[in-house]
Design a protein around this ligand. Structure first.
Ligand SMILES: Nc1ncnc2c1ncn2[C@@H]1O[C@H](COP(=O)(O)OP(=O)(O)OP(=O)(O)O)[C@@H](O)[C@H]1O
Length: 624
């Protein structure tokens, strides 16, 4: 079954950094990642950088929230003042009582209005940041080399574009409000309570001081490391379950279920160990802190302290009321501190991953695109390394004359795919150049290049879109008759026409494609592009003899008259090719026609003999 991907905007290759591109001030791409502390600091820097364009509006959110939180205290203060007035000995001051009632009600109204405004503004900032980040990510992903994706799973990319961007939501839309309230409300309450009676205020502060001390203990560097280890252990459980689910067929076929189960069990055991160690170190303190910060305990403490002061005649009984009403406001923010910090740490990690993706080195776009003059392809002194210091191609000199077929053969890992992928710019050479029609492919605009060079590699990507859209991917304005003609030539028409919705059937929903059908879809796509140069990996090891024969027929239609670079897996291609290029260790070790190379008894002849000993009709030298 072929891979089906969601249609996304990620191929919006408009390129260039936008004005609000958070990477505009750019850290070096792929900045080094050190230990947990360095990562946390890096995440913090990234977060600050991502939020910098919004700081004006974020300050406005903080101010609105602070006013709202202060106004929210007014009803409680009014209630406390009314109580003190009514409970005090002597006749009550009705004017003061009514003033308190009006101020309390006004405070409530202001709180509702300002908190709503702060929430609204925070969500607008969040929406803008989401949009800008997703646009920047889409633009960056549209500009990275195609080969960048082959090194990352779609789940990994989606995790950043969806998950990490979403993680920032709570931080932007809710945390500023929560933190402002967590500071403003206790400070204002404290000031008021200290004005009423400083001794009982000190008693009310006992749980707060205890809670803050415990929080500091629980967020030590050591605890953070333990927390990260728990997160990583959880990640390993996820990875081993994904491995199991994705590779279920291979696992069953080769009887590896026991081993994979074992890996999963080990990951789960590891997690349990890390988690128990993490919880055991903090459970006692955390429970004690939760108890001390709980409203019943706080009220009990206030009642005990207040009773002592009242019975000794050091405080009028009415003064106890403000403490009973406001002391809980002192402790609640401390209790919420832990969750708030967790959200911030999660956002820091997400910001770091987002920044890393935004820093992926884009494929350079020519400032003044040149037009190739003809279809002659030339590899001139090409060298390439995926990772610095580990070259996989060395000094490749190769010419593909227009209309000829060049077959690439060689053992697995020889560099055939890498060499072939240089022509459609999956990667650019680290040395030398690839030329099309006398022009370096780096100087040819994307559109021009892909009109001239079509490619079909083993893993034909299928989008969650209609069959017609999938075939006309590179030629979206192709009319239906052209799409049908391409499908017919590729041997896909009968299968599609038999579907209730025909060419409007959605792949991955109405219809799933087998490996051979996906290959045919790739051929139909390439036929529609009608590019004069074709890069082809003709692996068909998955197909039965009948499918192989049909695919060969379709490929023959596609290839006729075009300049072809073929990673060859079958004898027909090798014998019919105008030129065979044998690769080994990233170098061309032999090149010539079939007759020439077989005549010299070199590498090709050796591979041929080895293959015939196995009595196999397909070329095995590529290791597929
Ligand atoms: N995305 C990648 N990242 C890092 N190294 C890679 C990547 N793709 C290939 N390589 C390495 O580059 C070398 C050449 O690989 P390549 O796939 O081009 O060989 P190949 O001849 O096509 O092999 P096969 O026939 O098995 O596909 C190998 O050592 C391989 O491990």
């Amino acid at each position: 079954m072929a891979t089906t991907e969601q249609v996304s905007t990620l191929t919006d290759g408009t390129g260039g950094r936008t004005a609000d591109d958070p990477t505009a001030a750019g850290e070096p791409p792929g900045a080094a990642h050190g230990g947990p502390e360095e990562q946390a600091a890096q995440g913090r820097r990234m977060l600050v950088r991502l939020l910098r364009p919004y700081r004006g509006r974020l300050v406005a959110v903080l101010v609105l929230q602070a006013v709202g939180a202060l106004a929210g205290l007014a009803p409680l203060l009014a209630l406390a003042e009314i109580g003190r007035e009514l409970l005090a000995p002597g006749p009550a001051d009705h004017g003061a009582v009514w003033t308190a009632v009006v101020l309390g009600a006004a405070g409530l109204l202001v709180r509702v209005l300002f908190t709503a405004a702060a929430g609204g503004c925070g969500h607008l900032v969040d929406g803008d940041l989401h949009l800008s980040l997703r646009k920047s990510l889409a633009q960056r992903l549209g500009r990275v080399p195609l080969g960048w994706f082959s090194r990352r799973s779609s789940g990994e990319v989606n995790g950043v574009v969806q998950g990490d961007v979403d993680t920032l939501h709570h931080l932007i839309a809710h945390t500023p409000g929560e933190f402002t309230s967590a500071v403003v409300v206790p400070v204002a309450s404290l000031a008021y309570l200290a004005w009423v009676d400083w001794r009982l205020t000190l008693v009310a502060l006992i749980p707060v001081v205890f809670g803050v001390a415990v929080h500091r203990l629980l967020s030590s560097e050591e605890r953070r490391r333990q927390g990260m280890a728990v997160g990583q252990a959880m990640g390993r459980i996820g990875a081993s379950s994904v491995e199991f689910v994705q590779g279920i067929s291979v696992v069953k076929t080769f009887g590896g279920a026991g081993r994979v189960h074992q890996r999963y069990r080990r990951a789960a055991d590891d997690f349990a160990d890390f988690f128990l160690g993490y919880v055991a170190g903090s459970a006692g303190l955390a429970s004690l802190s939760a108890l001390v910060l709980a409203p019943p305990f706080v009220l009990l403490l206030i009642l005990a302290g207040g009773t002592l002061l009242i019975t000794q005649g050091a405080m009028p009984p009415a003064e106890l009321l403000p403490f009973l009403l406001l002391s809980v406001a002192l402790t609640a923010p401390v209790a919420a501190l832990g969750h708030g910090m967790d959200n911030i740490h999660a956002a820091e990690r997400s910001a770091d991953r987002i920044h890393e993706m935004l820093s992926a080195r884009p494929l350079p776009v020519p400032a003044r695109p040149a037009l190739p003059n003809g279809d002659r392809v030339e590899y001139r002194g090409v060298g390439f390394a995926y990772d610095d210091g580990h070259p996989v191609l060395h000094d490749i000199d190769l010419v593909l004359e227009p209309g000829t077929t060049t077959a690439l053969v060689g053992p697995s890992g020889a560099g055939k795919s890498t060499l072939a992928q240089m022509l459609p710019r999956f990667f650019d050479p680290t040395r030398g150049a690839v030329l099309l029609g006398g022009v370096d492919v780096r100087d040819i605009g994307d559109e021009q290049l892909y009109q001239r060079v079509a490619f079909i590699f083993q893993d034909v990507r299928v989008l969650r879109a209609t069959v017609a859209e999938n075939i006309a991917l590179a030629v979206p304005d192709a009319d239906r008759s052209a799409v049908v003609a391409a499908a017919r030539a590729a041997g896909l028409h009968e299968r599609v026409a038999a579907l209730p919705n025909g060419y409007d059937s959605v792949l991955g929903e109405d219809i799933g494609l087998s490996g051979g059908e996906a290959q045919r879809l790739g051929i139909a796509r390439a036929l529609l592009i009608d590019a004069p140069v074709l890069v082809l990996d003709e692996a068909m090891s998955f197909a039965d003899a009948k499918t192989q024969a049909e695919l060969r027929q379709a490929l023959d239609v596609l290839c006729a008259g075009r300049t072809q670079l073929v990673i060859a897996h079958r004898l027909e291609t090798v014998t019919r090719a105008d030129r065979i290029v044998v690769m080994e260790g990233g170098r061309i070790v032999e090149s010539g026609t079939y007759q020439e190379l077989m005549g010299t008894g070199g590498k090709l002849a050796q591979m041929w003999r080895a293959q015939h000993r196995h009595g196999n009709g397909t070329h095995e030298g590529t290791g597929r």
